[in-house]
Ligand binder design. Structure first.
Ligand code: NAD
Length: 493
């Protein structure tokens, strides 16, 4: 299978405002995680430029008919956009892969098509959430009318750049809003291409603007802007809390927060198909090198099954081959940056100092093309207070804890702060559903792990893993506000 040559990938290194690429002086260097090389520079939007982008979006929202046109026409434009994205896979996939951890093969087969299909899903909701008629007293008619907010601010992370953007922007546009997006400064380029294609598909220029920059300057200016009527964010819990505080202090506005996790995989000893199961559990912590919010990072397994399962997982770990995102033979992508790789190693070392025993892995691969590649790591003998059990690592590191009975297993699965997702593996449907009820998590997968293309199932966390949902009907509703109308039918009689 052929791939791409990173040296020849030209990137749109600018902002996208008012329907055109806006250059600026280089301010940030964007590196390729695969080989550590600087690929291109990036301008940084200061508060003035963020203001320009937001005002532009506001004017586009007010002066074009996007919010007022027939919803099915909005849907048609979004579907056309999805088609253009799919047709652009040959250019979009390298753009997505070159500075991210997304292997070109996966970007081609999954990220780009999944982005397009997500937009189609949101398009289908454009004419389905108009509000409701209220059960008022008989001589009145009460209505709850759904309306867009105006300009939605969106901030996204680096781990699945296209997909994360499409969830934010698709839901907001389908509901009739304008959007100003700040992608991660580590993976900024596919956002601009996405916005160019939106204009090509018929989204009015200015309705979807992209500002480039870091969190402290560009991100904060966006969250503080008084014209931003709603914020939607995906990223770490720490940043989510800062964004919520900033919104609260600068003119309160609703926030959707999709944050970090430390998700358990609860395996009972009757779980079906040990080989398949080992594949599911290994895949859930090594996919994207563990840099997945819902990574299944804590294996909690009933004692009888522990050794044979862990042995099979270790074998799967050993079979992975690290390599650049453009290497079609590689099965383990790089860690996003050198500081993040150092952080993973530090947590492993602290975990070992606190009593964890290393079954395999434990550090970075030697040599290689220059990026940082983390060995898939299994840590046994950990208790609840171990740093590897407590902290989101965002790398291919799996802790193993064993239990004897259901109550003990459920107690281990609980986390003091996070509640993003959980997996339950058992052949006993009663036990699976008891566990589902007991687990305090926004998503519970039973006898599988990970999202599917069933976009109708929302995603989002409990506790410090977030507020609100991406995907599903709920994501579109979160981009609508509701006006109450009460009509006195008797008054004109
Ligand atoms: P991050 O919080 O460091 O950054 C996310 C985004 O926020 C970036 O665009 C960044 O520039 C911006 N930002 C940083 N500080 C800011 C500030 N003060 N004000 C405004 N914006 C600011 O997260 P990351 O390292 O890019 O992504 C990894 C994290 O994202 C992990 O914790 C992961 O679990 C989480 N995540 C969650 C989901 C989910 O659906 N729950 C999905 C993907 C990633």
């Amino acid at each position: 299978m052929s791939s791409f040559n990173p040296q020849t990938v030209a990137v749109p290194a600018g902002h996208f405002i008012g329907g055109r690429l806006v250059a600026g002086p280089p301010a940030l260097q964007v590196r390729r995680p695969s080989d550590g090389q600087v690929h291109a520079d990036l301008p940084l939007a200061d508060a003035t430029l963020v203001d320009e982008a937001v005002q532009n979006a506001w004017q586009a929202w007010r002066n074009t008919d996007w919010a007022r046109r027939a919803p099915r026409e909005r849907a048609r434009v979004l579907r056309r956009w999805a088609d253009l994205i799919e047709q652009s896979v040959a250019t979009l996939a390298p753009l997505e892969s070159v500075c991210s951890t997304r292997p070109w093969r996966d970007a081609t087969a999954w990220d780009v098509p999944f982005t397009a299909e997500g937009l189609r899903f949101f398009a289908e909701y454009a004419d389905k959430l108009g509000g409701e008629v209220a059960a008022t007293q008989h001589d009145h008619l009460g209505m709850v009318v759904a309306e867009p907010y105006g300009v939605v601010g969106a901030i996204t992370p680096w781990n699945f750049p296209l997909v994360m953007m499409s969830w934010k922007v698709g839901a907001a546009l389908a509901a009739g809003n304008a959007v100003v997006l700040k992608p991660s400064e580590l993976t900024p380029y596919s956002a601009v291409r996405l916005a160019e294609l939106a204009v090509q598909a018929g989204v009015p220029p200015g309705l979807f603007n992209v500002v480039q920059g870091d969190g402290r300057t560009t991100g904060e200016a966006l969250t503080r802007h008084p014209r931003i009527a709603k914020m939607t964010f995906t990223g770490s819990t720490r940043t989510g809390a800062a964004i919520m505080a900033s919104c609260a202090l600068n003119g309160p506005k609703p926030v959707t927060l999709e944050l970090g996790g430390k998700s358990p995989q609860l395996v009972f000893d009757d779980a079906p198909g040990i080989d398949r199961l080992a594949g599911v559990i290994a895949g859930a912590i090594t996919g994207n090198a563990g840099q997945v919010c819902v990574a299944g990072s804590r294996l909690i397994v009933q004692r009888r099954l522990a050794e044979p399962l862990v042995e099979r997982i270790a074998q799967r770990f050993a079979a992975l081959r690290p390599g650049a995102t453009w290497d079609p033979e590689a099965t383990l992508p790089p860690i996003i940056s050198a500081p993040q790789a150092a952080r993973i190693v530090d947590i492993i070392e602290r975990a070992r100092a606190a009593g964890a025993q290393l079954r395999c892995g434990g550090g970075l691969f030697d040599g290689g093309p220059g990026g940082a590649y983390c060995q898939p790591t299994l840590l046994e003998g950990v208790d609840d207070s171990n740093p590897a059990v407590q902290e989101e690592i965002f790398g291919p590191v799996l802790t193993v804890q064993t239990f004897d009975d259901e109550e003990e297993g459920l107690a281990l699965a609980a986390h003091p702060h996070y509640g993003l997702a959980a997996g339950v593996h058992t052949a006993d449907i009663g036990r699976a559903l008891r566990a589902m009820r007991a687990l305090s998590a926004g998503t519970v997968w039973i006898n599988r792990y990970g999202r599917s293309s069933d976009f109708v199932i929302p995603t989002g966390g409990y506790h410090q893993s977030g507020i609100g949902k991406d995907l599903g009907r709920q994501a579109v509703e979160a981009n609508l506000r509701f006006k109450s109308v009460l009509i006195d039918l008797a008054a004109t009689h």
